[in-house]
Design a protein around this ligand. Sequence first.
Ligand code: ZN
Length: 325
Amino acid sequence: MLPTPYAVGPVNVYLIMGAEPTLIDAGPATREGVEALRAGLAAAGLGPGDVRRVIVTHAHPDHYGGLALLGDEGRWEVAAHPRALLWMSGDPGMLDARVAFYVRFLEQAGVPASLLRTMERESLGLRSYPRGIALHRFLGEGERVKAGDGELVVRYTPGHASSAICLERTSDRLLFSGDALLGRISSNALVEPVGAWTGDRRASLPEYVRTLHRLRSLEVDLVLPGHGDPFPDHRALVDERLAFYRARRDHVLALLGGGPATVYDLCRSLFPGLERDQLFLGLSETVGYLDLLEEQGLVGHTMSEGVLRYHRQAGRTLSPSARAG
Ligand SMILES: [Zn+2]
């Protein structure tokens, strides 16, 4: 467990010992994080140079940032889903495109101009993301990757991040879940593009709901998450999360009973008193419920002056299957 400067609290890094010592994630790019990582390795009689492979569960800075500080010491292979390149690449053009992508999202969400300018000035925290980290191997669904003395099967689990993978160890029915399934907190399905940063937004929450159903079907006994303690009975937790998203989705539909609204309006109603530094997360979550409702044909949107307005589709109600979904 490594400390992070983020609201989520400490992050878990797993070391799998054996012929090919393997790390799952590397913690944040902070001195404290890297010291804790070194101490953890030392307790196992290893130094960074002994680690054969680092598998990154998803390209969020609390999970891969440590690689930026330890880069020269490690002789490891860094393995991640190809989508991780969108965050970990050192291409400065990609960074500008990323900021532009999120500014466009905020504009279309109806964030007031003055607030938007402030958020843009702060670059949404995006410019501080560690990058320029070499990826040596791309991992995709079903691939097998050696770890310690055994191997892990890659499960592609997009939603929280488009680069998210879980790692299943079938020999003892373990699942390293990254942030795709956490015991204590529901994972935010964050706004990301379909392809490159210049493209359209992907529907992250519907994608994540499909991932949850997929995770539910896995035959595992224990989940080792990216944050918090390991937990059994992942199916009960998946059901809890699905019920949570359904309830909030229905809440957003009810809010739209008051007439058309922007993502920003709905976010303010859904999360009153949200601080500015949490606003992006709130907007990301709100648009996710709208995506779910649009997929079910319950909600539509129009665009005027660069701002999206969502409305209820007349005469449509939640079908029994949508309720169960
Ligand atoms: Zn994450």
